[in-house]
Design a binder for this molecule. Structure first.
Ligand code: SF4
Length: 170
């Protein structure tokens, strides 16, 4: 079976995109594949940072440097006026620093709100009862929902139950 060749780039960021689908060789705007990849890389990094920052903000913590970086990095990809590859490499390196900073912020938020995590005995095995498929991803959500409904807690994985015990100790 013939393998389908991967396009050099895939960008459908704006209304000028080829055939209303995507620029796959070179951008109508002049964007080169390398820049497109560097921009994609930066967007993935921003998404990751934003996810952890969101959790920290839920607990009332934020970081001006991280906020400013996210705005600057988004701006550099959305406006398409910066086609300097080295600028994107620098932003990628900065994203690594901001990622660590955000993880430290979230750790601080968790510890100051819920205390240091400690090894905790948990129930293992299955439990008969109703279940919910609601994704529960933050300690704040876990803590709130645990006080609302015991049935909901039966849906958590082993790991999340560990977190639940930790979260409800305070
Ligand atoms: S930003 Fe440039 S490369 Fe991307 S879709 Fe628009 S014209 Fe094409």
């Amino acid at each position: 079976m013939a393998t389908k060749e991967r396009p050099d780039m895939f960008c459908y960021q704006c209304s000028q995109t080829v055939m209303g689908e995507a620029c796959t060789l070179k951008g109508v705007c002049g964007k080169e594949p390398t820049i497109a990849r560097l921009q994609d890389n930066l967007i993935f990094a921003i998404k990751g940072i934003s996810a952890y920052l969101y959790h920290a903000r839920e607990l009332g913590y934020t970081d001006d440097a991280v906020n400013a970086f996210i705005e600057r990095a988004f701006f550099s990809t959305l406006t398409n006026v910066n086609m300097d590859a080295m600028e994107y490499v620098k932003l990628a390196l900065e994203a690594g620093e901001m990622n660590i900073r955000t993880m430290q912020l979230l750790k601080k938020a968790h510890i100051e709100r819920y205390g240091e995590p400690v090894p905790t005995q948990v129930q293992t095995g299955t439990v008969r009862g109703t279940v919910s498929s609601s994704p529960v991803t933050t300690l704040r959500c876990l803590r709130n929902s645990s006080s609302r409904s015991r049935a909901l807690t039966s849906t958590y994985t082993h790991t999340l139950r560990c977190f639940l015990r930790t979260a409800t100790r305070v």
